[in-house]
Design a protein around this ligand. Structure first.
Ligand code: CP
Length: 304
């Protein structure tokens, strides 16, 4: 694997091998000194042109746990505000010695362009509404650790599918790992062209919820226009929110995931968000181990 840009072409054995490595790195993170020398001398740059809490910090934590150095870039306060291009920014960071860049950008395809321009390894940290592959891997790891595997599970991805890069990554990776995925959303929040996606569609959450093993909630992405395509937030909550009433309709062993940040009171009620079956913080913790596995794979370190 040279870069990690998308889950669309990822095979089952490659995904499972990354998840197996991540399981091992969770054990490292649980040690009194949670660090191994595997990537000593390597440098990981986080180039985030859009906001992030989880992905950026998680990659930085992962790099440090592998003893790599980190370079952190944000457009505000950088020379991007003086007109410097993405290409020149990338080549500048590479000239400082970065071996790998994690790129988040609002433009679909930006990480692919970076991979063409630079000699560095590239990880897609989220490009527009297109792909977010490490989110999908950490979600798969969380489901696997909680329910034992994805084979035969019914997973509902609920909410703003249209503007979601997380949905686009998960709706390929989850079926690759054996799950049966249904996208559940108002018709206006489903993408226009889902031909070739290995998923089913529904607009009736109440009809689906009792059969789901995993409820995967998505935030309405107001910054990408998500709230403009349904009548009101209260109408959205009434039809698609995971309220306490709907939570009570779930199978006893079903779990709830959310990529974060959550809009409490919209896609998920406050009480459900704090329930032990809502695995949001497990996802965050597993994300560090998944990103260690990805960095280790791409930078070819040796185990420590
Ligand atoms: N899930 C996710 O990508 O979160 P951040 O935007 O905080 O990185």
């Amino acid at each position: 694997m040279q870069h990690l840009l998308s889950t669309e072409q990822m095979g089952r054995s490659e995904a499972e091998s990354l998840l197996d490595d991540a399981d091992g790195f969770l054990e490292v993170l649980d040690r009194p000194i949670p660090k191994v020398p595997a990537l000593r001398g390597r440098t990981v740059a986080t180039l985030f042109f859009e906001p992030s809490t989880r992905t950026r910090m998680s990659f930085e934590r992962a790099a440090k746990a592998l003893s790599a150095d980190t370079l952190s870039f944000s457009p505000s306060g950088s020379s991007v505000s003086k007109g410097e291009s993405l290409k020149d920014t990338v080549l500048t960071v590479q000239a400082m010695g970065a071996d790998l860049a994690v790129v988040r950008h609002k433009a679909v395809g930006a990480p692919w362009r970076v991979a063409e321009w630079a000699q560095m390894r590239v990880v897609n940290g989220g490009d527009g509404a297109h792909q977010h592959p490490t989110q999908a891997l950490l979600d798969a790891l969380t489901i696997r650790r909680s329910l034992g595997g994805l084979d035969g599970l019914r997973i509902g991805i609920i909410g703003d599918i249209r503007y979601s890069r997380v949905a686009r990554s998960n709706c390929f990776l989850f079926p690759t790992l054996g799950a049966d995925v249904t996208l559940i959303a108002p018709p206006t929040l489903l993408p226009v062209d889902t031909e070739g996606w290995p998923v089913r569609h529904s607009s009736d959450l109440d009809a689906e919820i009792g059969s789901l093993d995993v409820v995967y909630l998505l935030r309405v992405q107001t910054e990408r226009g998500g709230a403009s395509v349904f009548p009101s937030l209260s109408e959205y909550v009434r039809r698609y929110g995971l309220t306490q009433r709907r939570f009570g309709m779930l199978k006893d062993e079903a779990v709830v995931l959310h990529p974060g940040p959550m809009n409490r009171g919209v896609e998920v009620s406050d009480v459900v968000a704090d329930d032990p079956r809502c695995l949001v913080l497990d996802q965050v913790a597993n994300g560090v181990a998944v990103r260690m596995a990805v960095l280790f794979r791409l930078l070819g370190g040796t185990s420590g």
